[in-house]
Design a protein around this ligand. Structure first.
Ligand code: SAM
Length: 314
C-alpha cells in the first residue's frame, strides 16, 4: 500500500500540474522544483503577504525542497505583521531521500543526485538560501522533534502520510493553534491515499471551519475556531475508532465543500478508507458506483488496483 501511496503522490502531482491554469495568480513560483502546483504556491504567497496577522508562528511540516516554504516566506517578507513578530518560519523534514522521489526529479538537474537514504538537506538549504535568515530548520522525524515554540498561527501539513504521523501532528502541533485565527493547510486533503485526514477533520469539525479548497491542487485550508479538547488531540486514533457509518458521514462532510474537480479524488479516498478499515464489500460497491458514473481519473485508478479491489480479486 505504501508504494501506491508514494506513486499516487507523484502521479497525482503531475496530473494536477498539467490541467492547471497558470495565469490565475502571480507570483506563482512555477519554476520551483517541488510536489506542489503553482496555484498552491501562489495561495501560500498571498496568505503570507495578506492574511498572516503575527499572532503566532508559521510551521511547514514536510518541506522537501522548499516549494511550499519559499513562496510562503517570500509572501511573509512583505507583511509588516511577520516582520514585527520577529520569529523564523519553522520547517520540518526528515531530509532523507526515498526512491519514490526520483520520479519527481526526472529530467531535472537533480536526477540521479541522491540515492535512497542520502540526506538532501544541503539541497533544501541551497534552494532556500535567500530565505535562510527567516528559517529555522528542524531536520529529523517531526514526531520525535515536536514543537517547543508557542502559539502556531499557520500550520502547513504535507507530512501526514500515515496514522502515526497524523497522531503526532494532532498531539504535538494542534494544541498550539489560536482559536479564531489559525489556519491548517492540508496539502493532501484531496488525495486518495491519506484518508485519515478526512476522518480526523470530521471528528474535529466543531473546532474548524472550511476556509478554501485551493484550485488545481489537492490542498484544502481550514480555520481553527475553538480550543480543541486535549483528550481528542492526545488520543491514540486508530482505524478501529471509525465505523462504516462514520466513514460515510465523514466523506459526505468533505464532499460538501471540496471543488467539483476534487470530488473524484475524495471519493477515491473514501474507497481507500473503506478498504483499509476492512469494509471491503462497501469499498467494492462504492468503486463500482463511481465507475458507473464515469469516474476513472488517476486517484480512482489507484484505488481500483488495491488488493481486494483490483480486477484479479473479483
Ligand atoms: C510530499 S513531500 C512534501 C513536498 C513539499 N511540501 C514540496 O513543497 O514539494 C513529504 C515530505 O515529508 C517528509 N517526511 C515524511 N515523513 C516525515 C517525518 N516523519 N518527519 C519529517 N518529515 C517527514 C518527506 O521527507 C518529504 O520531504
Amino acid at each position: 500500500m505504501s508504494r501506491m501511496g508514494i506513486w499516487g503522490a507523484v502521479e497525482g502531482f503531475f496530473r494536477r500540474q498539467k490541467s492547471e491554469d497558470r495565469s490565475a495568480a502571480n507570483p506563482d513560483f512555477a519554476d520551483l522544483l517541488g510536489m506542489t502546483t503553482p496555484m498552491e504556491r501562489a495561495w501560500l504567497w498571498r496568505y503570507g503577504r495578506r492574511q498572516f496577522t503575527g499572532k503566532g508562528a508559521v510551521v511547514d511540516l514536510g518541506c522537501w525542497l522548499g516549494s511550499t516554504t519559499i513562496p510562503l516566506v517570500d509572501g511573509l517578507r512583505g507583511n509588516a505583521n511577520f516582520r514585527r513578530l520577529g520569529l523564523p518560519v519553522h520547517v520540518y523534514d526528515s531530509f532523507v531521500w526515498e526512491s519514490w522521489m526520483d520520479r519527481v526529479v526526472v529530467g531535472t538537474e537533480l536526477a540521479g543526485r541522491f540515492q535512497p537514504g542520502d540526506s538532501f538537506q544541503c539541497e533544501f538549504a541551497l534552494r532556500a538560501k535567500a530565505y535562510a535568515s527567516e528559517l529555522e530548520v528542524h531536520a529529523g522525524d517531526l514526531a520525535a522533534i515536536g514543537w517547543c515554540g508557542g502559539a502556531i498561527e499557520f500550520l502547513l501539513v504535507d507530512a501526514m502520510k500515515s496514522w502515526e504521523l497524523a497522531r503526532a501532528t494532532l498531539r504535538l502541533f494542534y494544541p498550539h493553534l489560536i482559536p479564531g485565527t489559525s489556519v491548517v493547510f492540508h496539502q493532501d486533503f484531496c488525495h486518495y491515499y491519506t484518508y485519515w485526514i478526512h476522518l480526523l477533520q470530521f471528528r474535529l469539525r466543531k473546532w474548524f471551519a472550511f476556509q478554501e479548497d485551493v484550485p488545481s491542487s489537492s490542498s484544502t485550508a481550514f480555520r481553527n475556531t475553538g480550543r480543541i479538547p486535549s483528550e481528542l488531540l492526545n488520543r491514540e486514533w486508530a482505524k478501529a475508532d471509525f465505523s462504516s457509518a462514520e466513514v460515510e458521514e465523514a466523506f459526505a462532510y468533505s464532499l460538501e465543500f471540496v471543488r467539483v474537480e476534487n470530488r473524484e479524488a475524495v471519493q477515491a479516498a473514501k474507497i481507500m478508507c473503506l478498504a483499509d478499515l476492512g469494509f471491503i464489500d462497501l469499498a467494492r460497491t462504492e468503486l463500482d458506483g463511481a465507475r458507473a458514473m464515469g469516474c476513472n481519473q488517476y486517484d480512482m485508478q489507484m484505488v481500483g488496483a488495491l488488493p481486494g479491489l483490483g480486477a484479479a480479486a473479483r
